[in-house]
Design a protein around this ligand. Structure first.
Ligand code: UDP
Ligand code: MG
Length: 315
C-alpha cells in the first residue's frame, strides 16, 4: 500500500547514531496511525552503516534502503532518496540526531491539513563552531540577493514537501543538485518552522570547509546568472578605466610631460597583476558554469546505486 508519509535519511558513516534516529522516527510516526516509510541512503559508507540498515529493515518493515556504489555526496543522496519515495508527504532529515524527530508530525500536519507545499525548518540557534555559524550566516544573506526566489534564511535540508514538489525535484537530473534551492524554486505555499538545532549526537561532521564551499558554489551557479553578469560589469568597468589610462598616457606624450627615463614599471606591474587576477577570476566563474554544462551533456547518471532493500526494483 502507498505510504502517506516518507522520511528521507542520507547516511554516510553513521553507524553509531543511525539506529537511535530511526527508532525515534518510528516512534513518532506510529502515533500518526498512517502508513509511512523511511528511506535510508547509504552514501558509500565504509563503516557498518549498511549492515545496520539491514538490521533495521528486519525490525521495521517501514525501513527501506539504497546503497550508493561509492560516496557521491549528501545532496545526491537526498535527491536519490526523494526519487525513491512514494509517500504523499516527504520529509528530509540528517541521520545524526541533529534534527528533532518530534517535529515530523508538526511538519506533516502543515502539509496535510494546512495545505502548505513546503515546510522549511529554520534554525533558531546553531550549536556549531562560531566560524561555521558565521559562514552560514553570510552565505544565506548573500544568496538571497543572487537568486530569483526566496530561500528562508538559515533553513537547511531539514524540511518537508508534498508529492508534487518532490516529483518536480525528482525530475531534475543534475550532478550537483542543491536541494534547498530546488524546493524554494518550486514556490507555491511555503512556510517556516523554527527549531533549535541540536549538536551532533554521535560521530563527526561529514562537511569539511571544502565541501561547504563546493556546496555554496553549486547552490549559486545552479540558480543564479548574477556572477556572470558581475563579470561583464567588471570587464566593462575595467575597460573604461583603461581607456582613461590610455588617454592620460597619450596626453603625457603629446604635451611632452613624459620624461625620457623609463618610469612607471611599478604601476604597470600593479595593473597587469590586477587585470590578471580579474581575468582568472572571471574565467573561473565561467568554468563553473561550463562544468555544469559538461556534466549535463556527458549524459552520465549522477550516481550509481549498487544495492537496495525493500524496493521491488532499483529506483
Ligand atoms: N552525508 C552524506 N554524504 C556525505 C556527507 C554527509 O550522506 O558525503 C549525510 C550525513 O550522514 C548526515 C547528513 O548528510 O546525515 C548531513 O551531514 P553532516 O551531519 O555531516 O553535516 P552538518 O550537519 O555537520 O552540516
Ligand atoms: Mg548533521
Amino acid at each position: 500500500m502507498k505510504p502517506e508519509y516518507s522520511v528521507v535519511l542520507p547516511a554516510y558513516n553513521e553507524c553509531e547514531g543511525l539506529e537511535t534516529v530511526v527508532e525515534e522516527i518510528v516512534s513518532e510516526l506510529c502515533k500518526e496511525r498512517s502508513i509511512f516509510e523511511i528511506v535510508i541512503i547509504d552514501d558509500g559508507s565504509n563503516d557498518s552503516t549498511w549492515k545496520i540498515i539491514n538490521a533495521l529493515r528486519k525490525k521495521h518493515y517501514q525501513v527501506k534502503g539504497l546503497r550508493f556504489a561509492r560516496n557521491f555526496g549528501h545532496q545526491l543522496a537526498v535527491h536519490a532518496g526523494i526519487k525513491a519515495t512514494s509517500g504523499n508527504f516527504i520529509a528530509i532529515m540528517d541521520s545524526d540526531g541533529q534534527d528533532p524527530a518530534d517535529l515530523l508530525p508538526v511538519m506533516f500536519k502543515k502539509l496535510k491539513t494546512e495545505g502548505y507545499d513546503v515546510v522549511n525548518c529554520v534554525r533558531k540557534q546553531r550549536k556549531e563552531s562560531g566560524f561555521k555559524r558565521a559562514c552560514y550566516f553570510a552565505f544565506y544573506r548573500v544568496y538571497k540577493h543572487l537568486v530569483p526566489f526566496e530561500l528562508p534564511l538559515d533553513s537547511g535540508d531539514f524540511s518537508a514537501c508534498n508529492r508534487n514538489v518532490a516529483d518536480i525535484i525528482s525530475s531534475v537530473s543534475q550532478h550537483t543538485p542543491f536541494i534547498r534551492g530546488m524546493r524554494a524554486w518550486a514556490g507555491g505555499k511555503q512556510c517556516k518552522l523554527e527549531y533549535e538545532r541540536e549538536a551532533r549526537q554521535t560521530g563527526v561532521t561529514k562537511y569539511s570547509m571544502g565541501k561547504l564551499i563546493t556546496l555554496a558554489m553549486d547552490g549559486i551557479t545552479s540558480f543564479s546568472k548574477i556572477p556572470l553578469r558581475i563579470s561583464i560589469v567588471l570587464g566593462v568597468s575595467i575597460s573604461g578605466l583603461s581607456i582613461v589610462f590610455v588617454i592620460w598616457v597619450l596626453l603625457q606624450k603629446i604635451l611632452g610631460l613624459d620624461p625620457a627615463t623609463p618610469r612607471g614599471w611599478a604601476s604597470l606591474a600593479c595593473i597587469v597583476s590586477f587585470l590578471g587576477g580579474i581575468i582568472l577570476t572571471v574565467l573561473g566563474i565561467i568554468g563553473e558554469y561550463i562544468a555544469h554544462i559538461f556534466d549535463a551533456v556527458r549524459g552520465m547518471p549522477p550516481y550509481r546505486i549498487s544495492e537496495q532493500l525493500g524496493f521491488d526494483q532499483l529506483p
